[in-house]
Design a protein around this ligand. Structure first.
Ligand SMILES: Cc1cc2nc3c(=O)[nH]c(=O)nc-3n(C[C@H](O)[C@H](O)[C@H](O)COP(=O)(O)OP(=O)(O)OC[C@H]3O[C@@H](n4cnc5c(N)ncnc54)[C@H](O)[C@@H]3O)c2cc1C
Length: 479
């Protein structure tokens, strides 16, 4: 435990990817920092994540002959957000993401194959091993003497100085102790979302309470509540989406997922009817599926599609390497020689499912999906194919909630804005606790990217404000 008379340059609340990058940057430029983490371990949601980062214009893309650049990334980001994102934040990301790519490389993070994710007009999802990512960043953090890491230490309230002088520290609960710690530069909230916070979900995203819960234990929304109490503005709160499609018997933290629709499968509800254009973003699929009877649906596919997955044709980035044989053995994927037999296994009316497939196959012959007008598969990539090669397969699916991607209003310097758009002095935020970046949609790989980048930007801002307040403050290297 630390003592309450200690004062540091910055208090970083939350030791996920955003907080770790912030702490490393603080140490690098010579700020003294305390990193508080409420859970027993650092890492937040990163260890359970797919670990994709959206970068544009990297050497890895060039090797794979992917023609990409920051301007195209920005265009895609604006489109993904459907015009509701804060373009200031998007521009910062587009302009500085290559620098982040290099910075992560300098920390020892290694990226592998590049694949195309939701909302990306070209392949720009850079995959890294999530465990290695977190291990590397934690090691960097823990080996820097400027950084004090406190685990099991929950910030429960922000403290303010007299005469509207702004946020000066926070109350910390660790074991049975409760103390106040102080900071010269302010408090940096990197506390993540509220996917495990039923009280906030009930207010802002009641539909998602029907989804399988899959957020990390520490994502309870405490940071958001602490800032909200001081009048913080909020963004994108009505835009929380669940993700499609995990097996209903999945255990929290170990989801069994499948995306057979990437290869040309269709999705039906338990009545055997299609209800959504399967080429849309997995978040839109997730929401549409939540509205179906019992929130239950089935991905239906055939042997041809199964073969595409097994052969690795659809597995360019590691994301789609499903253990099909394991799924079959465990009974997670149903298999039958006829569509009607498959329907019985799923508990669907056999005649309805047969009709659905017959209608679909007939329309695909004309090159266009008659019911929803789609002409291609996910992101428009891949052609529609008839589902006619036995055996037929079904994967029961539910939507799951892993992240919330909305929250505190910030400006391009990570200053938290109040409900009237003025900065709250001494209060900064970045990562999943913030809103404004994703707007109405979500581009895959940008949650990590924005967390890591704005984690560093928040520290730059704090260093700048310290230097302005105390001209000879020792922090170096700040532009
Ligand atoms: C299953 C899954 C897959 C994902 N896949 C991807 C992907 O492939 N690409 C991508 O870009 N994004 C992905 N994401 C999202 C991504 O992991 C996060 O949005 C991103 O890493 C944000 O990190 P963060 O540090 O802002 O928040 P978090 O990782 O949530 O970290 C916040 C930390 O703050 C701690 N904390 C909270 N409140 C307090 C408090 N009061 N006091 C002290 N500590 C506190 C929490 O315990 C936690 O450790 C995925 C998420 C999940 C769950």
């Amino acid at each position: 435990m630390i003592s309450s008379d200690e004062t540091v340059d910055v208090i970083i609340v939350g030791g996920g990817l955003t907080g770790l990058c912030a702490a490393i940057e603080a140490g690098r430029i010579g700020l003294s920092a305390i990193l508080l983490e409420s859970q027993p371990e650092l890492g937040g949601s990163a260890p359970m994540s797919g670990a994709f980062f959206a970068f544009a214009g990297t050497p890895l893309q060039k090797i794979q002959n992917v023609d990409d650049n920051p301007a195209l990334l920005l265009k895609d980001l604006v489109e993904s957000g459907q015009g509701e994102s804060d373009e200031n934040l998007l521009s910062v990301y587009a302009n500085r993401q290559l620098e982040l790519y290099d910075w992560l490389g300098e920390q020892g993070v290694k990226f592998g194959a590049v694949g195309q994710g939701a909302g990306q007009s070209v392949a720009r999802n850079h995959w890294t091993d999530s465990k290695q990512l977190v291990r590397t960043l934690i090691q960097r953090c823990e080996s820097d003497s400027n950084i004090r890491v406190l685990k099991h230490a929950k910030a429960s309230r922000l403290t303010e100085g007299p005469h509207n002088s702004g946020v000066t520290g926070c109350v910390v609960e660790q074991a049975s102790e409760r103390i106040t710690i102080n900071s010269r530069g302010g408090v940096f909230l990197t506390t993540g979302g509220f996917s495990s916070g039923p009280d906030l979900l009930r207010i802002f995203a009641p539909l998602t309470m029907r989804a399988l819960p899959h957020g990390p234990a520490g994502s309870t929304g405490e940071g958001l509540k602490m800032a909200w109490k001081l009048g913080a503005g909020l963004r994108d709160m009505g835009r929380v989406h669940s993700t499609f499609g995990a097996h209903p018997d999945s255990k929290r933290g170990h989801l069994d997922t499948l995306a057979a629709y990437y290869g040309g499968g269709i999705i039906v509800n338990k009545n055997g009817e299609r209800f959504v254009d399967e080429s849309v973003n997995y978040k839109e699929l997730g929401d549409a599926a939540l509205l179906q009877p019992d929130g239950l649906s089935f991905q239906i596919f055939d042997q041809k599609i199964m073969q595409k997955f097994i052969s690795g044709e659809l597995s360019s980035s590691g994301a789609l390497s499903y253990d099909f044989n394991g799924y079959l053995e465990r009974g997670l994927v149903f298999s039958a020689n006829t569509v009607k037999e498959l329907a019985v296994l799923c508990g669907i009316n056999p005649d309805v499912l047969s009709e659905t497939l017959a209608e679909y196959n007939a329309s695909v012959e004309g090159g266009i999906d008659g019911r929803f007008g789609r002409r291609g598969l996910c992101n428009g990539v891949g052609t529609l194919i008839k589902l006619e090669s036995a055996p037929f397969f079904a994967f029961p699916s539910r939507s799951f909630l892993s992240a919330t991607y909305c929250g505190l209003a910030i400006d391009r310097h990570c200053r938290v804005m109040d409900v009237f758009g003025d900065p709250i002095r001494g209060l900064y935020a970045a990562g999943e606790v913030t809103g404004g970046f994703h707007g109405a949609g979500y581009m895959s790989g940008t949650a990590h990217g924005k967390g890591a980048l704005f984690g560093r930007i928040g520290i730059e801002s704090i260093a700048r404000s310290l230097a302005e307040a105390v001209p000879n403050h020792s922090s170096g290297g700040v532009q």
